[in-house]
Design a protein around this ligand. Structure first.
Ligand code: AQP
Length: 332
């Protein structure tokens, strides 16, 4: 069975719909066909300033949401990144074979550091994609289900794996990004030229899974749509309506063609009203299940201990091989 790995940051009180449709939905389906490793990446969550208590809470909420979405710890290995020290250890080794110029070309760093001010950005934010490469390569992952925004980081991961294999002998599997086109980039409801994002979307542009349902419905009903009146799928000229159709199709299982036919002659208001209902029906059981998982912290901790042990069994083997290949003498 191919091995898959992916992670998500505990940087908000709720995941947004882009996180689910772009990544986590595929994690759920891949559990059946793959040897799956999924983690909440808390080491990545401290790169841009944070509060310790908030991080602790968000890490638990993130895990509870993953379980509620259908990640099943008996079929996949679910764990917290900081429970496996090998991530940081391999991250260091990989940072020593990464060019400064190469790391400087990462567009996510450029965007995020531009917002914070380059002087104030942390070195951790800069080296984040190298730690992400370590996350993936430690597990010898064949495939990495992520959204479009992670494509460049995946390319860096492959380059580093290839470079390491070339310099020190075959050690790492070369991972492929798994980015199904239809939901690779869910757009901001208020600015459908930008991705829906935890850190940069305005509150009204972001559909959060855990937020008040009436509020979500209102956001959908006031989403920016395009000029003209026809409901057509045309991402170039009608990005707003096309984004709503993409979300509708993904949540309902109906094809875009089917929706376009069904809404012929109807208005944007009809589409939005129906989509709001579809969204509320989708999040209602997810919200309830998330709360149930949060109500049983002992059970969550037990599951995490098992996940960490399973993850470490793989990660420690890879790190031992890496240390040996680079010439570190093992501790006796
Ligand atoms: N808008 C999106 N459409 C499709 N996929 C998306 N992802 C994020 N936004 C979209 C995917 O969600 C996974 C987890 O993301 P992350 O926690 O690593 O955060 P991120 O990629 O940095 O995106 P966020 O959640 O919007 O946060 P910020 O605001 O920090 O950029 C990834 O697989 C990602 O591709």
């Amino acid at each position: 069975r191919p091995r898959v790995l992916s992670g998500i940051q505990p940087t908000a009180d709720s995941f947004h719909l882009g996180n689910y449709l772009g990544a986590v939905r595929n994690w759920v389906t891949m559990q059946d066909t793959c040897d799956a490793y999924y983690m909440v990446v808390d080491l990545h969550a401290i790169t841009a300033g944070h509060d310790a208590k908030v991080l602790r809470d968000r890490t638990r909420v993130s895990l509870a949401q993953l379980l509620a979405f259908g990640i099943d710890p008996t079929r996949s290995t679910l764990f917290i990144q900081s429970h496996v020290p090998e991530h940081a250890q391999l991250g260091w080794v990989l940072s020593c074979i990464t060019g400064f110029g190469e790391a400087s070309r990462m567009t996510q760093f450029k965007d995020k550091s531009a917002k914070q001010g380059a002087e104030r950005s942390s070195v951790g934010l800069f080296t984040y994609p190298i730690l992400q490469a370590a996350d993936i390569l430690l597990y010898q992952a064949d495939a990495v289900p992520v959204g479009e925004d992670q494509r460049q980081h995946l390319e860096l991961t492959r380059d580093l794996a290839q470079r390491f294999n070339h310099l020190f002998g075959k050690t790492f599997t070369l991972p492929e990004a798994y980015i199904p086109k239809a939901t690779a980039k869910i757009l901001d409801l208020q600015d459908p030229t930008a991705k829906m994002s935890k850190s940069s979307s305005s509150p009204t542009g972001l559909l959060e899974i855990m937020e008040d349902k009436a509020r979500s419905a209102k956001k959908i009903k006031s989403a920016v749509t395009d000029t003209g009146r026809e409901i057509l799928f045309d991402p170039e000229d009608k990005p707003g309506v096309s984004n709503l159709l993409t979300i509708y199709s993904a949540l309902s299982g109906r094809t875009i063609e089917d929706l376009v036919t069904a809404y012929a002659g109807k208005g944007y208001g009809d589409l939005k009203k129906d989509l709001a209902e579809v969204f509320v029906d989708f999040v209602t059981p997810i919200q309830a299940a998330t709360r149930e998982y949060l109500d049983d912290p002992a059970q969550l901790d037990k599951m995490l201990a098992i996940g960490a042990e399973k993850a470490r069994a793989v990660a420690s083997q890879t790190l031992a091989a890496v240390y040996d290949h680079v010439g570190f003498i093992p501790a006796k």
